[in-house]
Write a protein that binds this ligand. Structure first.
Ligand code: ACM
Length: 713
């Protein structure tokens, strides 16, 4: 019976070829694992072997920054290839494996207009990396590392000509250390990861309702009373800024005001718009405490404080937040209301603009350019400020039209646990933009935002990486680089490479499961966790209603990673089964193995879930896992035997899958869609007689996508 199913597919394939359905196409470009994809890549014949005699020489300009970077890259290459390279600093450029030819230092303090371009020519004899600046050379060195490949003959770099430069000059990652504090080592390893995918701005969100995370020597009660002792000393700040600088990364600090300011007021309630007292906020959300914009004392304080901060951060920009000010404290304060009346300030927005105008003068005095969230965009602000749009591309476009520089963060909220593909396809400057070229030049780039309501130092890497590498590609690579499938293929490689930098996005999952399992074998738990994803957007608040910032975040939803690779693998397996009839047996076999593992894992989980309270929440998930796997195996069996199941079977199974599709413990199974596809495929197999293979596959996928059309039996 199985033979019949396969034969049918083959016949359809042959007939498709005969009728010319298959169009001739250019030979496929050699696949590479570069992320971000360079502006121009041309592979040539041949390869350069990477052996234990690998050496690097420099030509032209070299400084300590470049020397250290080269050294780190060489050590990473050694670790990856399990080889020990000669350490001869005076390597002759004519015989070196890699020549780094840099023309000049570039900016010592990384700046927005830094030249990051480079070229990389790899021939059989040598690789030559050329750049005008040290930062350009750094970017090229990361590309060089990503080119390393291997086969039975050894490690090698393919012969290639690369010319590369970024599409946008501002390519950032925001790390919120306010809601949860993230110590120095977390920031450092993330800076390494950022450099590896050519991101160049760390936006450091240092103050929040839930924590004031930077030492102020002028106002020690800020960090002293506003941080639970979790803050960076000024020496640590300098250390991080230097660390970033050595990787060509700017550090833009954010001091969020006038709202999001509870932690300032714990030690200095006199700055607030209500008398207080104030306590560090423990909940997540939008809160009322706000600086009082009507008091001169507040500006005097900010002048001294921001002056102190300006000396710590060499970057030209300082971010003053400005988002989500509720205005409630202002409304309820008669003195503030009287002030507004006297000055003819009509509402809270106008009062915030007044505040921003005052802030602007202070920032200017300390040599900084203002940056803020899109709420700050009000008339009369100077054109050199930068608007960061979190509310939408529309706000960004509007700002650009008015002549303001802007960056996009809407669409790059990585705290929302959405897919890499979703973020990847968001473009700060989409092809259909209505901006003129001059206006479009105001779009400087974008930033991924790691808001930290739900992350601890243990889990933050897993929320940032590797999805942020896809966003980094959006900011660096040409707009036309948009192949989602190829992005995921490369992302899987990058995901592993990121570990060599000390990132914990993969390894902490296993540690967390071991801790939950208290020494029991975690194999079954790993199987379960590998195919679930935390619920997206802000839905987690629905499942964990008692959430505070003091929650340890060590449960299953914390161990799971967004956009599961294993789920993606299963989706591809099922898709291939539907598309590739000649290999039906092989594909079905792999799916069967996977489903069997799922079903058996659910059984293995039973004793663990019963005896360990921390795993009780896995019970409904294990039940779903078992049911889903069983349904999938049944469908596969029908398909293999080419027996059409009864209509009641289809209805019953789809109804059951609808139940399993409901999130439990703030987790969901994306693979349910693919199990639905198997169910529908089993029922729709007879239709293959009347449809082409690809039409049938689309037909199945469409029917399997809920809600199932009522006409389908
Ligand atoms: C923001 O998400 N409130 C910037």
């Amino acid at each position: 019976m199985k033979i019949r199913f396969v034969t049918l597919f083959v016949m359809l394939l042959l007939s498709a070829c005969a009728t010319g359905a298959q169009t001739p196409s250019a030979p496929p470009a050699p696949r590479h694992n570069l992320m971000p994809v360079p502006a121009s890549v041309r592979f040539n014949e041949g390869r350069m072997a990477v052996t234990k005699n690998f050496t690097v020489a420099t030509r032209g300009f070299v400084d300590e920054r470049l020397r250290s970077y080269i050294n780190r890259v060489a050590r990473r290459l050694e670790r990856r290839t399990v080889m020990e390279f000669p350490r001869n600093p005076a390597t002759d450029a004519s015989t070196a494996s890699l020549v780094v030819a840099c023309q000049a230092a570039g900016k010592t303090v990384p700046a927005l207009d830094e030249d990051e371009a480079y070229t990389l020519e790899v021939s059989e004899r040598q690789a030559v990396l050329s750049a005008r600046t040290v930062v350009g050379a750094m970017r090229g060195l990361e590309t060089f590392l990503q080119l390393v490949d291997s086969d039975r003959e050894g490690y090698f770099i393919p012969a290639v000509s690369i010319e590369d430069k970024p599409r946008f000059p501002w390519r950032g990652l925001l790390i919120d250390v306010g809601r949860h504090f993230h110590p120095v080592e977390v920031i450092k390893r993330n800076l390494d990861a950022m450099a590896s995918v050519k991101l160049n701005v760390l936006h450091w969100h240092l103050t929040e309702d839930q924590g004031f995370r930077i030492e102020s020597k002028k106002f020690p009660k800020l960090h002293g009373m506003g941080s639970d002792g979790d803050y960076y000393t000024q020496n640590q700040i300098r250390e991080i800024v230097l660390y970033a600088q050595e990787r060509g990364i700017r550090v833009v600090p954010e001091f969020d005001m006038p709202g999001h300011a509870t932690s300032w007021l714990v030690g200095y309630p006199e700055l607030g718009s209500a008398p207080g007292p104030y306590l560090i906020e423990r909940q997540a959300g939008i809160f009322n405490p706000s600086l009082d914009p009507t008091r001169e004392q507040v500006y005097k304080f900010l002048d001294t404080f921001l002056g102190e901060m300006a000396k710590l951060f060499p970057d030209a920009y300082m971010h003053i937040g400005g988002d989500e000010n509720t205005g409630r404290q202002w409304r309820l304060n008669p003195t503030i209301q009287a002030f507004m009346q006297k000055k003819g300030i009509k509402d809270k927005h106008a009062l915030q603009t007044y505040f921003n105008q005052r802030l602007l003068k202070i920032l200017k005095k300390h040599g900084k350019t203002m940056m803020g969230w899109d709420e700050i965009l009000q008339p009369d602000l100077p054109k050199d400020i930068v608007i960061q749009s979190w509310r939408g591309n529309k706000a960004l476009t509007e700002a650009a039209r008015q002549g303001y520089n802007g960056i996009l963060s809407n669409g790059y909220y990585i705290d929302l646990a959405q897919s890499a593909s979703m973020h990847y396809l968001v473009d700060p400057l989409p092809a259909d933009t209505t901006l003129t070229a001059t206006e479009a030049a105001h779009i400087l780039g974008g930033e991924a935002t790691m808001w930290s309501e739900w992350v601890t130092p243990e889990t933050i890497d897993s929320r940032i990486w590797s999805r942020t590498a896809a966003i980094a590609e959006r900011f660096w690579s040409p707009r036309t680089v948009r192949d989602v499938e190829d992005m995921y293929r490369r992302l899987a490689v990058v995901d592993v490479q990121l570990e060599e930098l000390g990132l914990t996005h993969r390894k902490n999952q296993e540690m967390m499961l071991r801790r939950l399992a208290q020494g029991a074998n975690v194999a079954a738990l790993q199987t379960l966790i590998s195919i679930v994803e935390p619920v997206e957007e802000y839905k987690r608040f629905k499942y964990h209603t008692q959430h505070t910032m003091l929650n340890p975040l060590t449960g299953l939803a914390d161990a799971a990673r967004p956009d599961s690779f294993a789920a993606g693998d299963f989706a591809r397996l099922v898709d291939t089964l539907l598309a590739d009839a000649p290999r039906f047996d092989a594909n079905a076999y792999r799916i069967q193995n996977t489903l069997t593992l799922w079903r058996d894992s659910a059984i293995e989980l039973q004793p663990m879930m019963d005896s360990i309270p921390g795993l009780h929440e896995a019970r409904p998930l294990a039940k779903d896992l078992s049911e889903m796997a069983t349904v999938g195996l049944e469908a596969l069996s029908y398909l293999s035997k080419n027996i059409a199941p009864a209509p009641e079977w289809r209805a019953a199974k789809l109804a059951m899958l609808e139940e399993t599709a409901k999130p439990k413990a703030a987790l969901e199974f994306p693979v349910i869609l693919n199990v639905r596809q198997l169910v529908v495929a089993a029922c729709e197999a007879p239709r293959l007689k009347t449809m082409t293979q690809s039409a049938w596959r689309e037909h199945v996928k469409q029917l399997a996508t809920p809600p199932v059309p009522p006409t389908v039996k």
